[in-house]
Write a protein that binds this ligand. Structure first.
Ligand SMILES: Nc1nc2c(ncn2[C@@H]2O[C@H](COP(=O)(O)OP(=O)(O)OP(=O)(O)O)[C@@H](O)[C@H]2O)c(=O)[nH]1
Length: 661
């Protein structure tokens, strides 16, 4: 019992039940002159108590005999739950007082439950009995103990059972009771073993409805005959309520979230908690949880202050994330919902729900970290679900697309040129779905045209092996491409003249030879160098010599086709690769180059000329042999007076045929 006032509050369901109980129930303070602390409705009715009862004592309400009996019983501490017959208040039925030790607001008290007794035999009492029988609001039946016939019923019984008085008098109690004899016997045995003053039955009303009842019975002698006087208490609603309460209790007990109630004083203490609360706060016992001040569970004092201020102001705080500490000092992340409630005695209490979201919080923090990282990346990262709906796009992606597109196909269309889109849709995604990932160089559409990107598509499957997500990471590789192209250029070109270098020339020659063999096309080489170049260096210095080399390459390149390759073979020596060119064409070109060099202005160097050796590569001839022939031809050109073209042909007269000097 935890009623804080002398009247039961309608807010408190247990108090409400107690208040409505048809048996008079009193709570009196022990050792304090039987001061009344509580009286339920029936007790107030019996003792004609009206208004506040806090200062009144029970003793003046009782006759001397009853006072003595009660005090004698209480003076016998060996009696745990004494039952004391009392004559009762004048003009009302005598009663038996069942005494039980209780605690009332932390103080020792006695609970008195008064079971009213029907007056025993004696014709003098009959009118009194009749009056009690007829006028009492309790449901009452008078039963013939020999055959169970209902002899009489009061107005409350008529109203409750729904039969007229005459109809009730035609019935036996067994017609109303719908429990079998076995059940009745078991119920009686149970009542006896628990010293219960009533029996539990189920009574059928006239309309067929069955109600659970407690029946308090006692013998009464009327006109020389013994009858059974029964008081019937309808407990159907109470039982239903108790069953419901049990269900709620079970629910409360098994909830995976913590449910609590705590006092609203500055420290605050838990006064109710379900097992989940103990688990969440690592409390070994309820006691451990209840004795620690609520403030001890908060990690941050400003957080609790703000929480309580909001709770006081708004009456409720819904799912607020809080950092809490367990009794073992472990930090947990929780979401707390709390309500401010005012108890029957006006005391403010807080009750609420604590959800331990530590794991969820950690996952969320991880996700936020990852998102932060992905947003900081210049790479475009997108994630689509199994239905190809875009569910995530990082900052770089959002900047490129402006918004988050709904469908993957929509995103692809907005981002990629047609060829790349086809490649991704027809090859990339199907391959990634089958093998887990796909990597390729594709492109996205930039303001200035296509931007080359490296693209990785990664698929993720769930535990059933079904596709869960398709992630794409795209990196702008235009810079890398530029560097690569530059590197490739430098690896294959002479930095002084810009002509292809010897290594690249050899590679290109090998490729062109293959091509020439496949297509049956001619392929010619021309070797040439500047005449008396040493003199240039000696007379004008090396830098002028370098200038001459550069201008020579420039002059010659202007006369070449796209497919021709001009290489610096070494020093002031150059080589020409002429695909699809037979010997005659190569000789003509060499002559044209010779003339162009001769006519070029190499100021400050006057009269620069060059000598040429020309050869057509036969399909099976090793390159080394051809180089040798070219060397010989060039040597002949030098020996012949320089500034001329000589053919390196096995047919010695070919040079004459070609009309060259
Ligand atoms: N300025 C400059 N000179 C170079 C470079 N490479 C080689 N030479 C010079 O080119 C000259 C080649 O001299 P030689 O092999 O005697 O041939 P030449 O003087 O041209 O005589 P002929 O070829 O017989 O007409 C040498 O003096 C080299 O130092 C270069 O990159 N820059």
């Amino acid at each position: 019992m935890n009623e804080g006032n002398s009247t039961a509050s309608s807010d408190d369901d247990l108090g409400c039940l107690l208040h409505a109980l048809p048996l008079p129930v009193l709570v009196v303070q022990a050792r304090q002159d039987w001061r009344l602390r509580y009286a339920n409705g029936a007790a107030r009715h019996y003792f004609d108590l009206v208004g506040e009862i806090g200062s009144r004592s029970l003793l003046p309400l009782l006759g001397d005999a009853d006072r003595r009996s009660l005090e004698t019983a209480l003076a016998q501490p060996e009696l745990a739950a004494p039952r004391v017959p009392c004559q009762g208040v004048e003009g009302k039925a005598p009663f038996e007082a069942m005494l039980r030790r209780a605690t009332w607001q932390g103080q020792a008290a006695w609970q008195l439950t008064l079971v009213t007794l029907a007056p025993r035999a004696g014709p003098g009492n009959e009118p009194f009995f009749q009056q009690m029988f007829n006028t009492n609001p309790a449901i009452k039946l008078l039963i013939d103990p020999l055959d169970g016939r209902i002899v009489d019923a009061n107005a409350s019984a008529v109203a409750f059972y729904g039969y007229s008085l005459d109809a009730l008098r035609q019935l036996k109690i067994t017609d109303i009771n719908c429990m079998g004899p076995e059940e009745v016997r078991a119920g009686m045995a149970r009542a006896e073993s628990c010293q219960q003053l009533f029996f539990e039955y189920r009574h059928r009303l006239a309309g067929g409805e069955i109600r659970d009842v407690h029946v308090y019975s006692g013998p009464v002698c009327l006109s020389g005959r013994e009858y059974l006087h029964s008081i019937i208490v309808d407990v159907t609603d109470e039982k239903r309520y108790c069953a419901q309460l049990e269900k709620y209790n079970e629910l409360f007990h098994n909830l995976p979230v913590g449910v609590y109630r705590h006092t609203a004083d500055p420290a605050g203490h838990f006064t109710a908690a379900n097992p989940a609360m103990l688990r969440i706060f690592e409390a070994d016992s309820r006691q451990a949880l209840f004795t620690a001040p609520v403030t001890a569970f908060y990690d941050c004092p400003t957080q609790i202050h703000r929480f309580l201020v909001d709770l006081e102001r708004d009456g409720a705080v819904i799912r607020r994330p809080l950092r809490l500490r367990t009794l073992k000092g472990r930090l947990i992340h929780a979401e707390v919902t709390a309500y401010r409630q005012v108890a029957a005695d006006g005391a403010v209490e807080y009750s609420g729900i604590v959800e331990d979201v530590t794991e969820r919080y950690a996952a969320q923090v991880n996700q936020e970290r990852l998102t932060h990282l992905l947003d900081a990346s210049p790479d475009i990262v997108s994630i689509a679900d199994a239905e190809h709906r875009v569910v995530y796009l990082n900052k770089a992606g959002r900047e490129l697309l402006g918004i988050l597109p709904e469908a993957l196909s929509e995103a692809l269309a907005a981002v990629h040129p047609l060829w790349a889109r086809r490649l991704i849709q027809e090859k990339g995604i199907p391959y990634a779905i089958e093998h887990g990932h796909w990597y390729a160089e594709t492109a996205v559409l930039g303001r200035g045209g296509e931007i080359p990107v490296s693209q990785l598509i990664v698929t993720r499957r769930d535990e059933n092996g079904d596709i869960e997500s398709i992630a794409t990471i795209m990196r702008d590789i235009s810079q890398a491409k530029r560097y690569q192209a530059e590197l490739e250029y430098h690896a294959g070109h002479d930095p002084l003249t810009g002509a292809v270098n010897r290594n690249r020339f050899i590679d290109l020659l090998a490729r062109e030879r293959q091509e020439a063999r496949r297509n049956g096309r001619a392929l010619s080489l021309v070797m040439f160098d500047i005449d008396h170049f040493k003199r240039v260096n000696d007379s004008f210095g090396h830098s002028v010599g370098d200038m001459v080399l550069g201008r020579l390459v420039h002059t010659c390149s202007a006369l070449l086709r796209e497919v021709d390759v001009l290489a610096r073979w070494g020093g002031e020596e150059f080589m020409l690769l002429l695909p699809g060119t037979p010997l005659a064409g190569a000789v003509t070109l060499a002559e044209r180059l010779r003339l162009a060099v001769e006519e070029e202005d190499f100021s400050p160097v006057p009269g620069i000329t060059s000598s040429f050796g020309v050869a057509e590569l036969s399909p099976d001839e090793p390159e080394s042999q051809c180089y040798k022939r070219l060397d010989e031809a060039l040597y002949r050109a030098k020996a012949g007076g320089r500034n001329r073209v000589c053919v390196a042909d096995l047919l010695d007269d070919l040079s004459e045929k070609c009309g060259v000097r």
